[in-house]
Design a protein around this ligand. Sequence first.
Ligand code: ATP
Length: 352
Amino acid sequence: MARIHLDGVGHSYDGGRTYALQPADTLFEDGRTYALLGPSGCGKTTMLNIVSGLLFPSDGRVRLGERDVTRAAIADRNIAQVFQFPVVYRSKTVFGNLAFPLKCRNWDKPRIERRVSEVAELLGLTARLGRSARSLTADEKQLISLGRGLVRDDVAALLMDEPLTVIDPQMKFDLRRRIKQANERTRHTVIYVTHDQNEAMTFADEILVMQAGRVIQRGAPAELFERPLNTYVGTFIGSPGMNFLPATQEGATVLIGDAVIRSDVRAPVDGTLTVGVRPEHIRLSQTGAGLPARVVAVQDQGNVRVLDVELAAGGRLKAKLPREQAIPAGEVRIVIPAQHAHIYADGVRADV
Ligand code: ATP
């Protein structure tokens, strides 16, 4: 296993006219699990393929540990990759599929058997080891692809490109748990590509949020949720995303309409001011204080309800409330707790 260092790495598919991945330094620490998260076309697969060696970057150097592998072939990098669609040897049994990478490395039979049975157990495949891969469902085939990635304990990294796309939504949750458990034992360096924030949030130690070929914020899931660096991350992370409301500043005070939201601002905010607040942190006032507003729609999501609210001062927001909380008809008053009111200037977090 190894730390992966992308040193000024970028890639242009058109000879430098445009960059699918903007040149930058990116570090993946040994033994941690990372998710590359972002919308279609933001450069996730390009970055992953540069690490695996499927693609040579047009700019920068790739290092695995101390080794420069920028131009090294895939086979020389000792990296396992799991793709969106399962890759299995249909003529082999489940055991044969899992054992294959180990046989290629000349492991002896008892060692192979021990390792395959460990991984099969982790992935819940033990009862199916003797079955032909041909007879398996798509979910089971993808489990085997994952198992082949996990079976080698000597890989420098395990890369996964949207591996759960073909999986039935019901099974996704279970599979995510199994992959996570399996990796807690093997401690591979894992890079996991996804455009699904739930997948990234539940799976990764650290998430790299990408936009237009750049990593625009990286951090633990809770950090991205609590302290988005810009309005893009605030909106992208969370369901629904963070609310952003036009605000004004008077000295140390930030106001929405004439309601004081924060009164501890140390410096003047330069640029167009907005207050960001998560739907989860908004409360309905019980006392008559707060921002006058009107509930325009309520969406029932089972254990919570999402309110679509129009503020009298202008602007709309979403509030997430516990299902049992009564929602008054007509006018309401909205409370934005100061500790959850984040200040943004021209879309960028202002630490003031
Ligand atoms: P997706 O989730 O859709 O796979 P992604 O975030 O993984 O998207 P990439 O596949 O890395 O994004 O693509 C980044 C950009 O590079 C896109 O604009 C894409 O059209 C372009 N691109 C990707 N592969 C090639 C290629 N082989 N030739 C030319 N352009 C490419």
